[in-house]
Design a protein around this ligand. Structure first.
Ligand SMILES: [Zn+2]
Length: 195
């Protein structure tokens, strides 16, 4: 056994970068050779940056704790809908057949069974497809045409399964956070693939 722990003996002073093997200032995350170095570093830009970073992280955690269920729900839905629009980037409007184009401001993610009437299907990938804003918002989802094209896209069995699915689901905060995380990641991946 050596006198000093090898990992301690190897550490450098955060301020002057000299090796420190024995110092009263080795208790924290950082090691300093003496009080002067500890004080000098605490006044540096680097220390300020570390402090700011830590504060920002605490802030984020606090905001996350305070976030309401409805805020989580909204964020999860936004992430899911965004993924649908990216997944269907090269597909036409599910109801009007309007051909795909690059303008993002004319497309929605339209639910076949609406979020209002069938909220338990709001994160169902079969139940949601890219749709022109016009059809989604001003033709009440254009549901007759939607159904015809949906059958072409996913098959009658899946459409009928959707139509028969009235099994209520409870989406808790953990679930909503997972939905947001998963679909944000999928969007990122698909955007890269489609570039
Ligand atoms: Zn030092």
């Amino acid at each position: 056994m050596t006198k000093n722990h090898p990992s301690l003996a190897k550490r450098r002073c955060k301020n002057c970068r000299r090796f420190v093997s024995d110092s009263p200032f080795t208790g924290g995350i950082y090691v300093f050779c003496n009080l002067d170095c500890a004080v000098a570093w605490s006044k540096s830009d680097a220390a300020l940056k570390v402090a700011k970073k830590r504060l920002a992280a605490e802030d984020r955690a606090a905001r996350q704790r305070l976030k309401t269920w409805s805020a989580h729900n909204k964020e999860a839905q936004a992430a899911f809908n965004r993924y649908i629009r990216i997944r269907d980037k090269y597909r036409p409007c599910i109801s009007t057949g309007r051909p795909a184009d690059d303008r993002s401001n004319i497309w929605d993610a339209g639910h076949y069974r609406s979020r209002g009437a069938a909220s338990h299907l709001r994160f169902n990938l079969y139940n949601c497809h890219k749709q022109s804003k016009q059809a989604n918002r001003f033709l009440s989802g254009d549901v007759v045409e939607y159904r015809i094209n949906l059958i072409n896209r996913i098959g009658i069995e899946k459409v009928e399964t959707l139509e028969a699915d009235n099994h209520p689901r409870k989406f808790d905060v953990d679930y909503l956070e997972r939905v947001k995380k998963i679909f944000t990641a999928k969007s990122r991946l698909y955007s890269r693939l489609f570039r």
